[in-house]
Write a protein that binds this ligand. Structure first.
Ligand code: BGC
Length: 383
């Protein structure tokens, strides 16, 4: 039985800059269904009923030239993802201002794979003609792939990379992201350069660098690979390393802060390097040193990855030693261009991708990473 739709008189979100009245789907008992998961990021957001009004109708095969993009996020509160989405919305708005009939729906899965599976089915049912999916569990895309395939709706997975065999299940599946190996290698190179330029930062003069790793979510391709390649790159460049601690902090600043406080308490001033899998966790480490009242001259070198706005500011301020830019804007641009081409039936040969970027194997678009020191951080922030 189809869900009824009711409208409540409250401004809740935006579709292409226009404030929408929120409508909530209700289930048979008349209770609002899954309101919690409608993404609430300004300009990225929509309520369930916008599917009905915004996506217009229930047929997935629109055939009227309109582009309706359904986006499902693993967690709308992830800093990197929300910055990527802000860029994505900007590209959609640009296209709209060129007269294209294009609209976006964004759903937040709140870290639940079953919820994401349901959202995807609903977005298709409500007329989206292309999907962008930031998988909750990158090892569990099958239900989404089956639903999309049954309805002939192409899917662009992004940021959380599914295994190749899954991506090969159907020719209308794509991946937009970056090369995790490169991010780890560049972080390792940057840390190597730092210690070669600053031998005095081996504070206890024992010839090796005492380090800790703050790792992202267990099982995420970027977490596993970044840690391994960062450390291996330093070692193969002649830096002797001595691991004194390790913690999983799930990409999260607050978790990283509390884990780092424990590491500081356990090691005193003995930590000379913090390798964080992302900027939010590097910022958590900075919070911990600040919170413990340790003077900045006694802090270790702290490296992040992402180049989020706050991360770049910390590099400029000198509290974060360096970061590796994870090109959120390039990924957003590539994803929007691909989504538009797929939904409008245009050729994929003429995609407007950032300079030097090309689709590989008709499946993958990967944006390169870049090392960001204080000078570069200023350039990025002023872009
Ligand atoms: C980013 C992290 C982010 C994660 C989410 C990674 O590529 O570096 O900051 O939390 O993706 O999937």
């Amino acid at each position: 039985m189809r869900k009824r739709v009711i409208q409540i008189g409250k401004k809740t979100g935006y579709v292409h800059g226009k404030v929408q009245m929120m409508r909530i789907k209700v289930n048979k008992s008349g209770r609002p269904a899954r309101m919690r998961r409608v993404a609430a990021v300004p300009a990225a957001v929509l309520a369930a009923a916008v599917f009905v009004s915004g996506c217009g109708g229930t047929s997935p095969q629109r055939g009227d030239g309109s582009v309706r993009i359904g986006v499902s996020l693993y967690d709308q509160y992830d800093t990197f993802i929300s910055e990527l989405m802000a860029s994505f919305n900007g590209y959609v708005d640009n296209r709209k201002s060129e007269g294209v009939d294009i609209a976006t729906i964004v759903q937040d899965a709140s870290k639940s794979q079953p919820a994401q599976n349901e959202d995807v089915a609903e977005m298709i049912e409500n007329g989206c003609n292309v999907l962008c999916v930031n998988l909750v569990d990158r090892t569990a895309p099958t239900e989404i792939i089956d639903t999309a395939r049954k309805n002939d709706i192409p899917v662009i997975f992004f940021n959380r990379e599914l295994v190749e065999e899954d991506l090969m299940q159907w020719d209308k599946l794509y991946y937009v992201g970056a090369d995790a190996f490169q991010s780890g290698t560049l972080q390792g190179e940057m840390a190597t350069e730092y210690f070669k330029e600053h031998p005095e930062e081996d504070r206890n003069g024992d010839g090796s660098i005492q380090y800790v790793v703050l790792e992202g979510e267990a099982g995420h391709q970027d977490a596993i690979i970044r840690t391994e390649y960062s450390v291996d790159t330093m070692i193969s460049n002649g830096i002797l390393l001595d691991k004194v601690g390790y913690a999983i902090a799930n990409w999260n600043r607050a978790q990283a802060r509390s884990k780092m406080e424990q590491l500081i308490d356990g090691n005193g001033s003995g930590i000379e390097l913090v390798l964080a899998n992302n900027d939010d966790m590097a910022l958590g480490a900075i919070d911990a040193y600040q919170g413990r009242g340790i003077p900045t001259e006694e802090w270790p070198a702290i490296f992040g990855i992402d180049g989020t706005d706050t991360g770049l500011e910390a590099v400029i301020a000198g509290t974060m030693t360096g970061t590796i830019y994870n090109d959120k804007d390039g990924q957003a641009r590539a994803m929007e261009a691909l989504a538009y081409a797929l939904a409008s039936g245009s050729s994929l040969d003429n995609l407007q991708l950032p300079d030097g970027v090309a689709m590989q194997d008709n499946k993958y678009i990967r944006l390169p990473y870049e090392k960001v020191d204080m000078e570069k951080a200023k350039d990025y922030l002023s872009k």
